[in-house]
Design a protein around this ligand. Structure first.
Ligand code: 13P
Ligand code: ZN
Length: 323
């Protein structure tokens, strides 16, 4: 049996088919620490939502690849102990090299993203195909990317965004064999999605491009990265308690809801979790200067993230009750 199946993870095939037909999106939450992983699992248990737990390559270095793997396994066991059978995929987010993806497949990830979006088109196809060929031997799903998102993601910076060219998607999917495709339609990574003048509305995501892509790839799962809303209440709380975040601007949630009704089956959220956690920790530490037990502030972070994820699942992604 494939390693990831032994561990109780699922690949993304069935999840995406259901999400496509049901017109909702599966949440893909990034985690960087234990508290965040716990918040994700608790939120998904409470809402009965399928989910994708995402680790970047840098997080695998930070926590340790063995630890990431065992922690993810423990999530499945914990859900079972709570009488929950919830589909959970473990995904490598923004894999940049074949070896990185191979290492995840070998250690039991059920899904990997190979992000060749910054490469010339032919090189992207070459790299992505190589990963697909390897991953599919083990039934592991592969997400590819066409078009470039701007912003900062785990230390990787892209200054300019480049929308996905719908004319390329059919050829890319056919040539590589990917199971899902991340596209660029105006979202971006990090807390500053775009610099707006005060009072200017957030521009519409390019739903016209998404529509063109859907026409060319019927029933094919599309992935939206950089979809955090960067809630002003968290930014204000961070700034109020000694932080300094300038020009914060997220994607309006109404537009994310609109995206869930399309071929978009997976939506990535990292920054919203980070700012919720940071706001909570800052508040507890400022208000309780004598605190030394890390649980006092880490539990506040965990609780803030848990309630944020629950709200996203229920009100934005529409994946509650779809486990
Ligand atoms: P955000 O920075 O908008 O949360 O994007 C996360 C993401 O795309 C992870 O791959
Ligand atoms: Zn991303």
């Amino acid at each position: 049996m494939e390693k990831f199946k032994e561990f109780g993870f699922v690949n993304t095939k069935e999840m995406f088919k259901k999400a496509y037909n049901g017109k909702y999106a599966v949440p893909a939450f990034n985690f960087v620490c234990l508290e965040q992983m716990l918040a994700i699992v608790e939120a998904c248990m409470e809402t009965d939502s399928p989910f994708i737990l995402q680790s970047s390559a840098n997080v695998r270095k930070y926590i340790g690849s063995t630890m990431v793997q065992r922690m993810a396994q423990a999530c499945v066991e914990t859900m079972e102990q709570n009488g929950k059978k919830i589909p959970m995929a473990l995904n490598l987010d923004h894999g940049m090299a074949f070896e990185e993806c191979k290492s995840c497949v070998d250690s039991g990830f059920s899904s990997v993203m190979i992000d060749g979006s910054a490469l010339p088109y032919k090189k992207n196809i070459e790299l992505t195909s190589k990963v697909v060929e390897y991953a599919h031997k083990y039934d592991v799903s592969v997400e590819g990317e066409l078009g470039v998102l701007s912003g900062v993601e785990d230390g990787v910076i892209h200054k300019e965004s480049q929308y996905t060219d719908p004319a390329l998607v059919e050829d890319f999917v056919k040539s590589t064999g990917v199971d899902s495709l991340a596209i660029s339609i105006g979202t971006s990574h990090g807390v500053v999605k775009i610099k707006l003048k005060k009072g200017d509305p957030f521009p519409e995501l390019r739903f016209d491009i998404l529509g063109e892509i859907e026409k060319r790839l019927p029933y094919f799962p599309i992935v939206l990265h950089g979809a955090s809303a960067i809630m002003p209440e968290y930014v204000d709380m961070i700034n109020q308690y000694g932080g300094k975040i300038e020009n914060a601007q997220g994607i309006p949630e109404s537009q994310i809801i609109q995206a869930t009704k399309t071929a978009v089956c997976k939506i990535n959220i990292a920054s919203d979790g980070y700012i919720a956690a940071t706001a909570a920790v800052r508040k507890v530490l400022m208000e309780n200067p004598a605190v030394i037990d890390p649980r006092k502030y880490l539990s506040a972070a965990r609780e803030e993230m848990r309630s944020l994820y629950i709200r996203k699942i229920r009100d934005i992604f529409g994946s509650a009750g779809k486990a």
